[in-house]
Design a protein. Structure first.
Length: 511
């Protein structure tokens, strides 16, 4: 039978199982949910290296040791960050008992998984979906189908042993464009959690379903004049070379204030970098980016030595980053875009204002909403940078990949990073279990809606006013500087109402 037809049938089968399993999970207590999630996180953490090796073997991208760290973050650290989070029953309750917010699961989540971070992303999504009592069906990238499926298998088996129903966590074994489309459009799917390239994220948003999608990043790292230069340079090289640049929050442009450039260049001499200039620069630019600005995907997640070889020149095997000076931002400067590889654009600027302005332009060229970085010890400059650069993660004095996912910062641990409305997404947050929960509101009346028997148009609103016609007679009328005192005495019941309003106002102030 045709593979696409088999894939679409698998989608229907998994959706049916997931829907039934989710109904059971919806009745779980917080303790049951947490026991299952803890077992999943532990199983994924133990398998971190094996899954990392499988991912590199299958995709040919990235570095095993770095993928191990990502897998550990996506299991141990994600669970540590969310284990105390309440996701069952009452989330909030006001002290007078008049407004209570309950957690309700969303249902079946279609989780679109990228080829760049397959094992870490799917394990993270499985844990946050389960924590919020949702079912998850993963749709892997075809290039990373085997390692994604194995990661899901590890966590799903641990979940079942801990009490989860079969089918709560599953993965397509026949991934493809048609299967992914069928999953996103299946009526039993409640929401799409999409991490991947622009086309698949756009498809998620166009599916007719609620969707949480993320966009690309084009991350500037501004080394401002007050920076700890040695640490800044080291952080940028660590971030850019991490998993050979596969994380979309890795540094794409190093922007250096000319007033400390000598220190920066001295520090770079001690780093495993290679400057690419002249003819080699032209070869690299022409090989990596076409005339329309599209990236040659052959370079994604490859080592500097391999990229140089493909482009037609050589660098030392131990090189960690290829540094290429760029004169500006845009199509005419090919390497000013996101590169998903250990290739770093290098710029110098005259002062702080120029550095912030250039950072803005880099972000606007394909990275709006995602992440930006500044290395500085000047609080005022940091705040100015944060106000102006249009990203929802502004990292200070830390490597991009590690800071953005919450490894070296206090951000929520996550492998799906929202880009907000600036980047065409619904949120700019790091995605957590709370983004996969419906909030149900129970609200008691706190102010009577009283109808005057003499006027159907007269009513009380939130206990502040009633009998507007009568109260209006008590209000002084101002005409210039003269105050008109009403000549007609007010009814006693109107005065009583005024007194009640005053007492209620005083009570609310005390509360």
């Amino acid at each position: 039978m045709d593979k696409d037809l088999l894939g679409e049938q698998e989608v229907r089968d998994l959706c049916q199982q997931a829907e039934a399993a989710q109904r059971q999970a919806a009745a779980f207590s917080q303790e049951q949910v947490d026991r299952i999630c803890a077992a999943m996180a532990q199983a994924g953490f133990r398998a971190a290296r094996r899954l990392a090796e499988l991912a590199v073997e299958e995709t040919g991208m990235g570095r095993v040791d770095d993928k191990v760290l990502k897998n550990e973050l996506s299991t141990r650290d994600v669970w540590a960050g969310y284990k105390d989070l309440r996701t069952v029953g009452i989330l909030e309750h006001d002290r007078r008992g008049k407004h209570t917010i309950y957690a309700e699961p969303m249902g079946v989540v279609a989780a679109i998984i990228p080829t760049t971070n397959p094992t870490s992303t799917v394990m993270y999504k499985a844990i946050i979906c389960t924590k919020s009592r949702n079912a998850m069906i993963a749709s892997p990238h075809p290039i990373a189908g085997r390692c994604t499926l194995e990661s899901v298998k590890v966590l799903a088996e641990a979940a079942v042993r801990a009490g989860a129903p079969e089918g709560l966590i599953s993965c397509l074994s026949l991934p493809g464009i048609k299967a992914a489309a069928a999953l996103m459009k299946d009526p039993r799917v409640s929401i799409i959690l999409s991490t991947g390239g622009t086309s698949i994220v756009r498809a998620a948003h166009s599916s007719g379903k609620p969707a949480i999608g993320v966009g690309p990043g084009n991350v500037p790292a501004f080394v401002e004049k007050t920076a700890d230069v040695r640490k800044a340079v080291r952080d940028i090289i660590i971030g850019k070379s991490f998993d050979w640049g596969l994380i979309c929050s890795s540094e794409q442009a190093m922007i250096v204030d000319r007033r400390n450039e000598k220190k920066v260049l001295d520090c770079l001499k001690r780093e495993p970098v290679a400057w690419i200039r002249g003819e080699e620069r032209a070869k690299l630019e022409n090989f990596m980016v076409d005339s329309d600005g599209h990236l040659n995907t052959v370079v994604v997640g490859q080592s500097p030595a391999r990229i140089a070889q493909l482009a037609g020149f050589a660098v030392p095997e131990k090189t960690e980053v290829l540094l290429v000076e760029q004169g500006g931002v845009g199509l005419e400067y090919p390497l000013s875009r996101e590169k998903l590889s250990p290739v770093l654009a290098y710029y110098t600027v005259g002062d702080t204002e120029a550095g912030i302005a250039l950072s803005e332009r880099v972000v606007e060229y394909g990275g709006v909403g995602h992440t930006s970085i500044i290395h500085s010890r000047d609080q005022d400059v940091v705040e100015q940078f944060a106000r102006r650069v249009k990203t929802f993660r502004v990292l200070v004095n830390t490597p991009g990949p590690h800071g953005s996912v919450g490894y070296s910062t206090s951000l929520d641990p996550a492998m799906t990073l929202g880009c907000g409305t600036w980047g065409g997404a619904i949120t700019g947050d790091n995605i957590t279990p709370l983004h996969l929960i419906n909030r149900k509101h129970l609200a008691w009346e706190t102010a009577a809606v009283a109808t005057d028997t003499r006027s159907q148009d007269s009513f009380s609103r939130r206990g502040n006013y009633s009998r507007f016609d009568e109260l209006e007679r008590l209000r002084p009328k101002t005409k210039g500087t003269k105050v008109d005192i009403p000549t007609q005495p007010a009814d006693q019941d109107v005065l009583d109402e005024v007194g009640r309003i005053a007492r209620e106002f005083a009570r609310r102030l005390e509360a």
